[in-house]
Design a protein. Sequence first.
Length: 347
Amino acid sequence: MKLVTTLIIARRSPLLQVVKTSVAAVIAWVVASLALQQPLPIFAAIAALLVVQPSVTQSIEKGIERSIGVVAGVVIALGAGQLFGDQSWVILSVIIISVLVAWALRLSAGSANQIPISAMLVLALGGQNAGYAVERIVETIIGALIGLIVNLAIVAPVFVSPARVAVASLTKKTATVLESLARALTTPQSDAELRKLLDDARLLRDLRDAASTALRQGANSLTLNPRRSKHHRMLRRETELFDILTVLVTRTLGMARAIHDRYDTNLMDDPVVISIARELERAAHDLRLRGRAPDERESERPTRELLTLTAPLTVLTPHPQHWILIGSLLEDARRVHEVIVGDSDNG
């Protein structure tokens, strides 16, 4: 059962991706067969299968990897075949040599795997002359080009929506943790509640990393994409919001750790702490508003004015017992204020 769950992924590839891959392989096979008079253009089909990727950028990378791997593999196979023939020990030796060459040249995994595969196929299919080797290289280039063309022609995929969802999730969770911080400063907390507060804050790092990955994938999907202009503005907005959230995650986690380590119920009696809690509530409110899409802001009237954060707090007399914690919270609250309102550069 465990093996089955390992082999089966949670989300299957889009059907469009399957169709594009099939179409590219078929076209590559036909074109290579007609152009090279080759009845079995296996290299062209394999190249097309590998090159059709979720984004155009990935397709170009795979095309280059495939071409480099094939050229190196064919050269190695050609030399070994002419010198020693196509016996089993020659094929095994070529595989080992190909792996070592890829390792010595520090090639990427795609190119490193392609070298021994190409060399093995060339020897197994009986290619021991220069003409055959050149045809396999040309065949591979044909397949790679067709895979790229198909990926461009058939609705090049765009991954902006997953980035928007990931950033929205990070925004909501960050606002929720800010509210939890405010509640911890005004309501007595048990050890379990303080621990949960810190765990929730630490979870923000995972959400931040997931959003960062989604944004990179979104940016890659727009590179050389005919539909770039339609989605570029949306992705830029999400990237700008993510830059703000990156700072907020650091500050929020710092506040959660400080409260967890130095918590005292006497904090609730300090007027400065109460003011800090009020600022954190406003920060959570304003962050949610800032995370809304422009059309959402127009269709839904906010209960408060957008960006209601007050001026930075000042402390005339430091608390004799909790001045370290209060000072730390003041600095973090000030930075949160600046980042959301935009008083200074993010960092």
